[in-house]
Ligand binder design. Structure first.
Ligand SMILES: [Zn+2]
Length: 204
């Protein structure tokens, strides 16, 4: 109980520091993932003037599935687009196209995950308020495809949703589809396991 209280207090302190405009990123203190403390300054300088992320990750907004942490990547390594249920609308697609067209990313990973709340709600046919309904509607095709199939309904829909989004991106004209056709872009669907931390690439 004591440890839990300490965590809450620490989080609130960080939030308060942000509000007061006095929060420094950890890089100022010389901490940066995959970079030795003595190299942080030059790494920051390089990133300040450009980025060449080697992959785009289209993932769920779920707080337990942060792609940089799941894949153990540092700043500048992956270009991330996140919405609940990894739903891709026009703004998300434009962001993906930007990463592929302007930054030259040759790989897109669509990352679904075990026990996804958005997919679970879509499977349950939940009546959601506000714009959440729009989100659930976008997941409905994956639910419909897997209805009545053997196994767990949510798990089946999680996989179908990741595969559907990957297919949507492969067929997205003019930028993504053309690059897939010419072999300059690979798009894969994957599933993150909350229990084991493993990422499984889904066959399509
Ligand atoms: Zn999710």
């Amino acid at each position: 109980m004591k440890a839990k209280i300490e965590i809450i207090v620490a989080t609130q302190l960080v939030a308060l520091a942000f509000c007061m405009g006095i929060f420094d990123s950890s890089f100022v203190a010389g901490h940066m993932t995959h970079v030795a403390p003595e190299d942080v300054a030059s790494a920051l300088h390089n990133l300040a003037t450009g980025q060449t992320p080697f992959a785009v990750v289209v993932g769920c907004s779920d707080s337990r599935v942060a792609p940089e942490i799941v894949f153990d990547e540092g700043l500048g390594d992956i270009f991330v687009i996140r919405t609940a249920g990894e739903v891709v609308d026009d703004a998300a697609l434009g962001s993906i196209e930007y990463a592929v067209e302007h930054l030259g990313s040759p790989l897109i990973v669509v990352l679904g995950h075990e026990r996804c709340g958005a997919v679970s709600a879509a499977v349950a046919g939940a009546q959601a308020p506000g714009h959440i309904a729009t989100l659930l509607k976008a997941i409905e095709p994956a639910v419909e495809q897997t209805k009545g199939k053997p196994g767990d309904a949510v798990e089946n829909a999680v996989r179908a949703q990741a595969l559907d989004v990957a297919k949507q991106l492969r067929e997205a004209e003019p930028i993504l589809a053309e690059r897939v056709r010419t072999g300059r872009l690979k798009i894969v669907a994957a599933r993150y396991d909350l229990d084991t931390g493993k990422v499984e690439v889904l066959p399509f």
